[in-house]
Design a protein around this ligand. Sequence first.
Ligand SMILES: NC(=O)c1ccc[n+]([C@@H]2O[C@H](COP(=O)([O-])OP(=O)(O)OC[C@H]3O[C@@H](n4cnc5c(N)ncnc54)[C@H](O)[C@@H]3O)[C@@H](O)[C@H]2O)c1
Length: 92
Amino acid sequence: MGTELRRALLERLDPGQLLCTDLKMGEEAHSSRFIKLDLLDTAALQEVFEANRPQRVYLLAAMLSATGEARPKDAWRLNMDGLISVLDLCVR
Ligand SMILES: NC(=O)c1ccc[n+]([C@@H]2O[C@H](COP(=O)([O-])OP(=O)(O)OC[C@H]3O[C@@H](n4cnc5c(N)ncnc54)[C@H](O)[C@@H]3O)[C@@H](O)[C@H]2O)c1
């Protein structure tokens, strides 16, 4: 989903306006700015927000259903705690 969203946003934005983050760099990450970031590393997440002051954030990092059902606590941390961290930083 993130790869598709990046492609769609790059049709509307200059590459310099788009910053993508993930645990690892995907094949297409070179087409926009990229930072390797673990969503659960709240200090690193805060640094990215403070350094870039994003005007819009799309949060797609998630653990999807099958894996999440096998690892419910990990899914909760990533999907819920990760969401709250991002929302808190957006407010701040
Ligand atoms: N796949 C679908 O058909 C579909 C449909 C509707 C909505 N969605 C939603 O879109 C979102 C993304 O789904 P997807 O299909 O792209 O899943 P995906 O598993 O392909 O992508 C999830 C991404 O999260 C990243 N990630 C995992 N842990 C991370 C961490 N700790 N820090 C940073 N990044 C981390 C992974 O590296 C991966 O790039 C989810 O919220 C999902 O519910 C997906």
